[in-house]
Design a binder for this molecule. Structure first.
Ligand code: HEC
Ligand code: HEC
Ligand code: HEC
Ligand code: HEC
Ligand code: HEC
Length: 166
């Protein structure tokens, strides 16, 4: 942890996107995020659309974490009632990106893009589960090849090894 990687090509180019830091490889522990962010509150109760925050999903391989400017569309005018809300404003004032710990990751030898899958009409929830009911985003179990292949089978998508292994 600690070393900050800009994993999103798009965000590097624009210089304003969100950043991921390196997460723990241990799947048995709940990852501590720098700010406790609740999908249950934001995507569930407040019904904010997934793509309002994960803006790259339909036009790039990655979905992306939101930049602080996205949070500030609401939070700059909300009262700072909790420690986590205050911490968000501290990051903002100091112009430091929030080093979110990345939770889902495929091995490097696998090629995956969000764009194509969303274009095919799949919903976020069909792969990530009911994130809108989670108050603590859990680390995904490893994505097994069989999981990809089962859906590819059902939907008539490619089985060729080189579709996923470049
Ligand atoms: C569309 C508006 C909106 C956006 C965008 C938004 N929030 Fe919120 N957020 C809220 C509202 C409303 C609350 C509840 C405020 C309250 O209860 O006083 C809230 C509450 C919170 C809390 C307090 C939860 C707690 O119990 O401590 C945190 C932390 C938070 N948001 C972080 C974020 C972060 C980080 C982002 C950007 C990734 C973000 N929010 C984007 C509207 C938004
Ligand atoms: C208000 C902004 C906001 C909304 C709306 C939102 N997210 Fe997120 N999402 C975040 C932030 C911030 C993180 C990083 C912190 C975390 O993992 O909880 C994140 C992380 C994630 C992750 C884990 C990514 C990783 O590997 O680290 C997934 C999966 C995800 N969101 C899916 C969704 C889905 C599906 C929806 C719609 C149901 C959604 N999000 C709606 C802000 C948002
Ligand atoms: C076909 C299954 C599938 C669908 C549909 C899908 N995802 Fe993902 N998502 C994945 C996989 C697999 C990974 C890990 C990718 C990697 O490591 O390269 C991932 C990673 C992520 C991440 C973390 C890495 C990144 O790309 O930023 C976020 C955030 C995320 N997804 C959000 C979403 C949201 C929001 C939607 C809907 C708009 C969505 N996903 C739709 C399978 C899916
Ligand atoms: C829920 C169903 C579903 C899951 C799960 C799924 N896929 Fe797919 N995938 C599809 C569909 C449908 C297409 C065909 C899109 C098209 O051609 O319109 C596709 C297409 C692809 C393509 C071709 C995209 C291109 O650029 O030609 C790749 C690569 C791919 N998937 C990789 C993966 C990997 C890797 C996983 C597992 C980590 C995975 N998929 C999991 C449904 C799924
Ligand atoms: C739809 C996508 C997809 C297709 C098609 C696919 N794979 Fe995979 N493959 C994956 C994913 C995802 C993983 C990573 C699984 C994990 O991390 O547990 C993987 C892992 C592997 C591994 C490493 C296994 C390990 O234990 O680490 C090998 C070897 C492999 N695939 C070979 C193949 C061969 C040979 C084919 C063609 C017959 C093929 N794959 C077709 C998605 C795919």
């Amino acid at each position: 942890m600690g070393v900050i990687l800009a994993l999103l090509a798009g965000s590097v180019a624009m210089g304003i996107g969100g950043l991921y830091s390196i997460g723990s490889a241990d799947l048995s522990v709940q990852d501590e995020q720098p700010i406790r962010f609740s999908h249950h509150l934001h995507a569930g109760t407040l019904a904010i659309k997934c793509q309002y925050c994960h803006r790259y999903a339909t036009r790039s391989p990655v979905a992306g974490v939101p930049s602080m400017a996205v949070c500030q569309t609401c939070h700059q005018s909300l009262p700072q009632t909790t420690p986590d809300m205050k911490m968000l404003q501290t990051y903002w004032k100091e112009k430091r990106p929030i080093p979110w710990v990345r939770l889902q990751r495929l091995p490097d030898h696998v090629y995956f893009t969000h764009e194509m899958h969303l274009f095919a009409g799949l919903s976020c929830i069909s792969c990530h589960g009911n994130v809108d009911r989670m108050s603590n985003t859990p680390r995904a179990p490893t994505y097994e090849m069989g999981w990809c292949l089962t859906c590819h089978e059902q939907r008539g998508a490619s089985h060729d090894c080189w579709t996923c292994h470049k």
